[in-house]
Design a protein around this ligand. Structure first.
Ligand code: SAH
Ligand code: SF4
Length: 389
């Protein structure tokens, strides 16, 4: 039997092409996009303004399917986290972070990750598989449905006076619940390029979610050739996980640095900026006690990125069992941030959210996989930091 078309994962162009093969005019694809993504409808028979024979055809050949929810937790601060079953004993996470001026959804792109960053619990789980585009978009679809149903701390949707200046590009009430999407969940989006690209196109399309390019952020460990492709295909806001000011330390923390060292990465950031929707790159920097958090590291970092318009986002390390790393004390993080600010760079410290529900990267999914002993096997393969070179 032929498998059904996964409507959630088809970019607007791909959906128009499929509808064309079924003898339908392009406007039918737009109608379908609006039903599925804007109204959250998964039952074709309810799509009342589609011709009956088209609805029947869709019911036979297509489906709107999301991964099943394994767990759904709401933290005391309103952060909500879903654990989704993507089969084969793999789970992925999606996190919603409500703030006064925006609602941000953090999505996953892979089950596990092949980059094996030293400080990342997803990296410690190893790589299982790429998510398909419908599994990526499905996270947004599911989250919107759940938030509409349950409200966000009793407020649905954000009142227009809560929106900040960036919201001049007015959005429909439904998408205001989630105004921003960050590709900062499990996995390396640029090592799952095609599915990430299709998902981006759906998120940005006016007939689907209509999100602003400035409000969709891809975060990458630094897959240089794919940064260049994203620049051409679909430039959105870019965050780069730098984490170290020199190659010898970055080689240990973010192993992909051995392939694409810092200067090559910074060159690609500069190229990206000429088409990016924002005029800076965000550099993420996880603060690890005694590893990358000294005054000298801050000075080196300022010097290293001098040629790139950028902001820094310092991330307090989320410790996990077996990491062998500690988080920098709060005072050290503040001091590091101050030095970067004094050096002329806008620097923020990421607030930890949803601590009570383990909203830290990969933690809940790690726990699920641990039952199969996978984590323990991978942990044994992890090389201690001091010996990693
Ligand atoms: N693979 C992409 C996106 C997912 S990770 C990337 O690496 O950029 C999103 C962010 O969380 C990255 O900056 C990553 O370095 C950071 N991160 C991973 N594990 C962490 C941990 N245990 N504590 C704090 N930040 C972590
Ligand atoms: Fe993968 Fe990002 Fe984790 Fe590194 S930090 S292992 S790239 S998910």
């Amino acid at each position: 039997m032929q498998s059904r078309v996964e409507v959630l994962g088809l970019s607007p162009d791909a959906l128009t092409a499929v509808c064309g093969q079924w003898g339908q005019k392009p406007f039918r694809a737009k109608q379908l996009l609006r039903w599925v993504h804007q109204r959250g409808q998964s039952d074709f028979s309810q799509m009342t303004d589609l011709a009956r024979d088209f609805r029947e055809l869709l019911s036979e050949r297509a489906q709107v399917l999301t991964p099943p929810v394994l767990r759904d937790h709401v933290s005391a601060d309103g952060t909500r986290k879903w654990l989704l079953d993507v089969g084969g004993g793999n789970a992925i996470e999606t996190v919603f972070i409500p703030e006064t001026s925006r609602g941000t959804l953090c999505v996953s792109t892979q089950a596990g990750c092949a980059v094996h960053c030293r400080f990342c619990s997803t990296g410690h789980q190893g790589f299982s598989r790429n998510l398909s585009s419908h599994e990526i978009v499905g996270q947004l679809w599911l989250a919107l449905r759940a938030l509409e149903r349950d409200g966000v701390r009793g407020r649905v949707p954000f009142a227009s006076d809560d929106l900040d200046d960036d919201d001049a590009d007015a959005v429909e009430p439904r998408s205001r619940l989630i105004s921003n999407v960050v590709f900062m969940g499990m996995g390396e989006p640029l090592q799952n390029y095609e599915a990430t690209l299709a998902a981006l196109r759906i998120m940005l399309d006016d007939h689907a979610y209509g999100l602003s390019r400035r409000r969709v952020t891809v975060s990458t460990s630094g897959v240089v050739p794919m940064i260049d492709r994203l620049r051409l295909d679909c430039p959105v806001a870019l965050a780069v996980s730098l984490h170290a000011p020199n190659d010898s330390l970055r080689d240990q923390l973010v192993p992909i640095n051995r392939k694409y060292p810092i200067d090559e990465l910074l060159d690609s950031c500069l190229r990206y900026l000429d088409r990016a929707p924002r005029d800076f790159i965000t550099f993420e920097y996880v603060m690890l006690d005694g590893v990358n958090d000294s005054d000298e590291h801050a000075e080196q970092l300022l010097e290293r990125v001098r040629r790139v318009p950028c902001k820094f986002n310092l991330i307090p390390f989320n410790p996990f069992t077996g990491s062998g790393l500690r988080k920098s004390p709060a005072e050290r993080v503040r001091r590091f941030a101050q030095r970067l600010s004094d050096g002329g760079r806008v620097t923020t410290i990421r607030r930890t959210r949803g601590d009570d529900i383990d909203a830290a990267c990969g933690q809940l999914a790690g726990e699920v996989r641990d039952r199969t002993g996978v984590n323990e096997r991978i942990r044994r393969r992890v090389i201690p930091l001091t010996e990693a070179q």
